[in-house]
Write a protein that binds this ligand. Structure first.
Ligand code: PLP
Length: 424
């Protein structure tokens, strides 16, 4: 084994890690007397320590001020969601006016399609990746039907063309070119949830726009994971959730991006009073005048209790910065890959692309021998306090998260897998 794959090297990297202090900002589920080795931040991020105080503050405002909580103090509810706007804009590489925290991911996807999926007889189609997250597929399929078109012809799914199930840029380019004149919308993930593949989003936007299609991005697995530059990549819209890498808690309020060029556009939208121009919202007049930018797409006054943990998490993203997080993430994931290649090549096959620029934190690992063996390994790891997650039929996803995982934890995963393979 080379020196860089030794446990002592991992400990050296942990000791020198400029982000190491952040681990203490999170609550780890216990495993016996130790912390669980938690590699599931791609599914549900850990609770930031300071989330409880943020939630408590809202409960205290409610108890002590009741309705006056809307208008009292720096964290008043009337403008509460604006407290997350700037940090969130930095996480996704957008202007503050381009982002808003609201609703949930699937709801935002529908609301965005009301504005940006405008099918015509000549141009009715939506292009997505084959094997998309079910909610995304349900959303686009139901929108196609809602407009009176037929998913059998108007939902175009780009099949994986690479051996491990990822999609080459050439295949995406071919599909966009082939269907170009019929495409109303291209909806693409930042990171594919099953394979962990990351995409050149700027290039996909460019190709789709060149064909006259609108572009939406689903960044559920990309936000807080990759360095994003939404303003410059210039999709028409993007949506994401905050309970994965953003650590804002189960079912947390989600995020939405609308590019600046649409800030004042007269687009169809499903409107609600919270999207009304802020200065005149409380005149309560019948005519809807949208707030320019992403905030104009809000419907309701925001779920303050759900926004509170997001504030806590974003403080940590502000401290760390996405460039430093991504730097560590690339190192962590590369080390995990190298360890697997060196010691577990007969047990685990890498499904995720090997190039760092084509993936985020997560590695999807196919267990040799099929589903039963895969489940057995997964259960062994869980019993040992090493938590990944399971994707049917035979894949374990492991996501070392730079905000709180350590290099030495990668060795826990490898050693436990070796122990299991030795016994089986
Ligand atoms: C996590 C995830 C979702 C979840 O949608 P919700 O509306 O938050 O329940 C949707 N799409 C993708 C791609 C996801 O990864």
């Amino acid at each position: 084994m080379t020196e860089t794959l030794s446990r002592s090297h991992a400990l050296t990297l942990d000791a020198a890690d400029p982000l190491r202090h952040l681990r203490a900002e999170f609550l780890f589920p216990p495993h016996g007397d130790a912390d669980q080795t938690y590699f599931v931040g791609n599914s549900l991020g850990l609770q930031p320590l300071r989330a409880k105080a943020m939630v408590q503050q809202v409960l205290d405002q409610w108890a002590g001020l009741a309705v006056e909580g809307h208008f009292t103090g720096q964290a008043q509810w009337m403008t509460y969601q604006e407290l997350v706007t700037e940090p969130l804009a930095r996480v996704v590489g957008a202007l503050p006016s381009e982002v808003v925290a609201m609703n949930s991911l699937s709801v935002n996807l529908h609301l965005m399609m009301v504005g940006f999926y405008r099918p015509t007889r000549e141009r009715p189609a939506i292009l997505i990746e084959a094997g998309a997250f079910p909610s995304d597929r349900h959303a686009v399929e139901s929108q196609i039907r809602f407009h009176g078109f037929d998913p059998a012809t108007d939902l175009i799914e780009v099949e994986p063309d690479e051996a491990t199930g990822s999609v080459s840029m050439a295949a995406i380019e071919r599909a966009i070119a082939e269907h170009g004149p019929r495409l109303a919308l291209v909806l693409w993930p930042g990171v594919q949830y099953r394979t962990g593949q990351a995409f050149d989003l700027g290039e996909i936007v460019r190709l789709a726009h060149a064909q006259g299609a609108a572009v939406g991005l689903d960044l559920a697995h990309a936000v807080g994971n990759l360095e994003l530059s939404l303003h410059d990549d210039a999709p028409d819209f993007a949506v994401w959730c905050h309970y994965k890498y953003l650590n804002a808690g189960p079912g947390a309020v989600a995020g939405c991006f609308v590019h600046e060029r649409h800030a004042r556009a007269d687009l169809p939208r499903f409107a609600g009073w919270w999207g009304h121009e802020k200065q005149t919202r409380f005149r309560m007049e019948p005519q809807f005048v949208p707030t320019p930018g992403a905030e104009g797409w809000q419907l309701s006054n925001p779920p303050i209790l759900s926004l509170a943990p997001l504030r806590a998490s974003l403080e940590l993203f502000e401290q760390a910065g996405m460039p430093a997080l991504r730097r560590k993430s690339v190192q962590l994931t590369a080390m995990l890959q190298a360890l697997i290649q060196a010691r577990l090549a007969d047990v685990l096959e890498l499904v995720t692309p090997a190039e760092p620029e084509r993936r985020g934190s997560q590695l999807s690992l196919r267990v040799a021998g099929g589903r039963e063996r895969g489940r057995a390994l997964f259960e062994h790891l869980r019993a040992a306090g090493v938590l990944g997650d399971w994707r049917e039929p035979d894949v374990i996803r492991i996501a070392p998260v730079p905000m709180y995982n350590r290099f030495a934890e990668l060795h826990r995963f490898v050693e436990e897998t070796e122990a299991w393979a030795g016994r089986s």
